[in-house]
Design a protein around this ligand. Structure first.
Ligand code: ADP
Ligand code: MN
Length: 354
């Protein structure tokens, strides 16, 4: 695969790749099924959602572009060649049968390739000059009953011993510009990564209900952002959490082990360029209407490339399902409620003076 590992990553497994605007996540059938069911507007002409006033679930998710099937030869020498030749981008318009049957190309005389498959997703950090990311895992129940008993027991213990249990959310990790609060954490909780500092899963698991607000204060304590901008971020994300809560009330899904990903711009020059303007949700890309108007092209590309100053997104659906008729997801709703509590009580003075 000619792509590099995703750099701006707050948590999770290795193997997710990135290339500018796109992220390639190793595919699981359940996550693919989720994105096919929920990950795109049902019909651009359909205005039901606008009528209800709520933000539809898909607008909180990275845009789902399709799948990538890559032929990987077993022989190390031919990995690059097979990767180039066998990579096939399928759009979301393809049928599931076609998705499952894309042939990978193997050079003559080489062993038959195995196929690594990826989900192709919008890169949520694209357009940010200096993205600061935070991954918050939602829910106190972290597995479904289909998981192996050993895994259920292990994750029940993780839930019990962290804020997942009592609060219904847990900080999984954050990758930020170093600040005094973050640098004061115990050594095993932080990993320097170039200009960034990763506060890892040990950091997140060590939070308690009493001190977890401090994790968000640490996240927002960016050394290059003026206090007013830090406060604006805190307020913006609080508003988004309230909007997202309303979305969840309307969504009949079961999110198991999904995360809220927080991203904000740490480079003050982009704040200056945008005059501190930061939309609640990323501008909607208006695909449907502009097809017949060539002069709209410039506008469209501007919308694609001009990232906001911060963004809240829902990610990681490898264990989630759509459950029509079963009402909202209490497990996750409780977590978002707790998060809103934390944001309400956050110590704004400490954001001004870290
Ligand atoms: P895993 O199943 O390994 O937990 P996730 O989907 O949770 O994978 O992704 C792990 C990390 O990768 C997240 O914490 C986030 O920082 C980053 N990430 C995932 N999806 C995207 C995306 N679409 N755009 C940008 N970053 C992403
Ligand atoms: Mn994850």
């Amino acid at each position: 695969m000619p792509y590099a590992e995703l750099e701006h990553k707050a948590a999770g497994h290795s193997g997710t790749l990135a290339d500018g605007a796109l992220v390639f996540k190793p595919l699981s059938e359940q996550e693919l099924a989720w994105y096919r069911a929920v990950g795109q507007p049902e019909d651009t002409a359909n205005s039901d959602e606008e009528d209800s006033g709520d933000v539809p679930l898909w607008r909180w998710m990275p845009v789902f572009l399709g799948t990538l099937d890559e032929g990987i030869s077993q022989g190390a020498d031919s990995i690059a060649a097979a990767g180039q030749a066998g990579a096939t981008l399928l759009t979301t318009g393809e049928t599931p049968a076609e998705l499952g049957q894309t042939p990978a190309v193997s050079p003559p005389g080489q062993p038959a390739p195995t196929t690594q498959r990826y989900l192709v997703l919008e890169n949520l950090t694209a357009g940010f000059r200096s993205p600061n990311v935070l991954d918050v895992k939602l829910g106190s129940v972290l597995t479904d009953s289909a998981a192996p008993p050993e895994k259920q027991a292990r994750l029940a213990e993780v839930s019990r011993s962290t804020t997942s249990g009592p609060l219904g959310f847990r900080v999984c990790g954050m990758r930020i510009a170093p600040n005094a609060r973050a640098l004061a954490c115990p050594a095993e909780q932080r990993e320097p990564q170039g200009d960034y500092l990763l506060l890892n899963k040990h950091y997140g698991r060590a939070r308690t209900p009493a001190d977890v607000a401090g994790a968000f204060e640490t996240y927002f304590s960016h050394p290059r952002l003026a206090p007013a901008r830090r406060a604006q971020l805190q307020e913006r994300f609080f508003q988004r959490l309230q909007l997202f809560y309303n979305t969840l009330l309307d969504s009949e899904v079961r999110l198991i082990s999904a995360s809220l990903l927080f991203v904000f711009e740490g480079d003050p020059s982009r704040w200056d360029e945008r005059g501190d303007d930061d939309p609640l949700l990323p501008e909607e890309l208006d695909g449907g209407e502009s097809d017949d108007e060539d002069e709209d092209e410039d506008e469209d590309s501007a919308a694609i490339h001009d990232a906001p100053l911060s963004r809240l997104a829902l990610i990681d659906f490898a264990h989630s399902t759509v459950t029509p008729g079963q009402g909202y997801d209490e497990n996750v709703l409780h977590g978002v409620e707790s998060l809103m509590d934390v944001f309400e009580k956050m110590d704004m003075a400490s954001l001004r003076d870290p």
